[in-house]
Ligand binder design. Structure first.
Ligand code: GEK
Length: 256
């Protein structure tokens, strides 16, 4: 039997967009978002817990002894903790990186609490407050971008992916989860509508859905699977496949 992955406790319900705002400001990962983040991501991203659980399994399969494993845009560390469970006693160092000071502060508390639990050998989780496009990578076997690349300016994406490809040791993988757009406008609209229905089923009102959509509009820039695939090939990956998709939310695996 596998131990359940300890993720951040979901204690506060996300009501950030529940009342009408005259001006909907651009979305930021500040302390208000941190307070509701586990609930927000769980009720907004279909398949989020499945992806986190699979990150543990993929890490168990691809992590190599003595290498680093990175969680880029770690937020509250759900993927870092999943990777920690996946690497077991392989003597890997897990590095979580996020440029939101509020996220890193809360993430450190969650990681410290997990480290305090005594249950066998645990890989160390180091946290870095900083921009993912600026960090220096150590040789790595598993790198995770779980719904983070979509927040990076499009022109900065190729250089980061090239750096990631260079940092990966032979046999290493990038797990890239992203919200997707689609070339066929009919399919694009269908996926958006099904996602909004999912959010309604999770208790979000039409007002909350509309205001969040406005806040995220110029902040989260989705791209097509084909764009990701060709850019990853140019960055130096030998193969890219989709391993999860629910509506416009996906996760890809890119092989070094
Ligand atoms: C999870 N991976 O729970 N540098 C560093 N961090 C960044 C940058 C950047 N340039 N841009 C955005 N972030 C997590 C979920 S959330 C996705 C990831 C979402 C950070 C940002 O501060 C936030 O914490 C995270 O990326 C994106 O598995 O909320 O939809």
């Amino acid at each position: 039997m596998t131990t359940p992955i300890s993720t951040a406790p979901s204690t506060t319900t996300d009501t950030l967009y529940a009342t009408a705002n005259h001006i909907v400001e651009g979305f930021r990962f500040d302390d208000k978002v941190v307070a509701v983040f586990p609930d927000m991501i769980q009720r907004s991203v279909p398949g989020y817990s499945t992806i986190i659980a699979m990150i543990s399994q993929l890490t168990a399969r691809y992590a190599q002894h003595g290498t680093h494993c990175y969680d880029l845009g770690c937020s509250l560390g759900a993927a870092s903790l999943a990777m920690q469970q996946g690497v077991g006693g392989k003597n890997c160092t897990i590095v979580g990186v996020d440029n939101s000071a509020d996220m890193i502060k809360r993430c450190q508390q969650i990681v410290d609490a997990s480290n305090a639990e005594k249950c066998g050998e645990k890989a160390i989780i180091q946290l870095i407050e900083g921009a993912i496009e600026e960090i220096e990578f150590k040789p790595a076997s598993v790198i995770v971008l779980n719904f983070t690349l979509q927040f990076l300016a499009i022109e900065k994406r190729p250089a980061l992916l090239q750096k990631i490809a260079r940092a990966l040791v032979p046999g290493g993988v990038l797990i890239l989860s992203e919200k997707l757009s689609f070339n066929d406008p009919r399919h694009h609209e269908l996926m958006i509508d099904l996602h909004h229905n999912f959010k309604r089923s999770q208790g979000y009102s039409d007002l909350e859905i509309a205001q969040k959509r406005q806040a995220i509009e110029n902040v989260l820039i989705p791209e097509t699977f084909q764009t990701h695939q060709s850019r990853l090939a140019h960055a130096g990956f030998s193969g890219v496949e989709l391993w999860f998709q629910c509506f416009n939310f996906s996760s890809m695996i890119a092989f070094k």
